[in-house]
Design a protein around this ligand. Sequence first.
Ligand code: NAD
Ligand code: IPM
Ligand code: MN
Length: 375
Amino acid sequence: MSVPHQMKLRITVLDGDGIGPEVTREAVRVLRSVANLHGHDFSFENKPIGGAAIKTAGSPLPVTTVDACLESDAVLLGAVGSPEFDSLVPSERPEAGLLLLRRALGGFANLRPAISYDAIAAASPLRPTIAANANILIVRELLGGLYFGEPRGTTGENGNSVAVNTMTYSVPEIERVARVAFSAAMKRKGKVTSVDKANVLETSQLWRATVSRIARDYPEVALDHQYVDACAMHLITNPRGFDVLLTENLFGDILSDEAAVITGSLGMLGSATIGGKVGLYEPVHGSAPDIAGRNIANPFGAIASAAMLLRYSGGLDREADDIEAAIKAVLEEGYRTPDIADAGSGYLATTAEIGERVAEAVAEIADVHRAYHAV
Ligand code: NAD
Ligand code: IPM
Ligand code: MN
């Protein structure tokens, strides 16, 4: 019999704005349940980010927050952003805090799985015959492109203003994220679709040439290329045609919200940012100010992010699998937030009720493992 190993993980929790605190609370609840079940030692330290940090500390990313993140084993984030800061320039907004944090932590590959669950197939506007069994891993480059390119800014005033952003990519930046995508494909269905705009952009031509060259190191993986405009269409008309979708920062931002529609809701998607000093785990959705504070936000994406935290920062594959199995089980039991409620099946549950039920389901699944190993 193998000796269970106890894992110590120091997790910095940045719940942020809007629904961030509501969904993150449930992800932490599930992590605590996993720690209790397996005897792991997970500690949680909350720090401010985004609009909440602007209000309390005068900055969207206080130094004490970055330092705590860099000293921890993993960072779990909710969401940032609020309409009250919409008039600020980009560098002062809550979102700037998140971008600075991403750069400080150094993770360049953002993994965004989009999975169609049978139990909530009716929540997607796509016909079940199209969305059924879709399982796409979007690998989004996270530290380059228009988000970070220089020069950037606005000059001149009023009618004479000119604004500039710069899209830059270097060969090493493309190579490292491409390797993450090919490695992931080897453990999946063995296919990478690289998405670019190589018919117009030099950055995309370099992207395509570099990805094609790296592909030679992965002969088991099939590579194809799509232009981003056509990809936006193929994602919706033939989502099962994708396995790993590799793309640059802005295209990945847009296509991952689109891929969420395949699953039924933006609230379903979790993410992991890897390759840096400390892993960053956050749902794909934003702060959803339109539904904040009402205990109706979908916490499954935040909980899925917690599972990825255990897998990528803790090496706890079994525990991560159990959380993912619990998500599926709770959906099959019929628990629904309004965004995934549909006419035929299920019943409405609050954000907290879903978190509580997933935490219980994780325990039930772990009991089944124990019983199995005892015989
Ligand atoms: P959003 O993702 O917050 O919301 C888009 C729509 O999806 C809304 O109707 C919202 O109610 C719904 N939605 C999102 N998450 C949901 C959930 N978990 N459960 C149920 N419904 C959910 O995008 P937005 O409205 O364009 O942006 C709001 C703010 O969030 C902006 O300030 C934006 O910059 C910020 N934002 C932050 C992040 C992040 O922190 N990672 C990501 C995206 C947007
Ligand atoms: C996301 C968000 C962020 C991004 C914003 C809030 C900076 O939309 O994580 O998808 O554009 O990367
Ligand atoms: Mn986004």
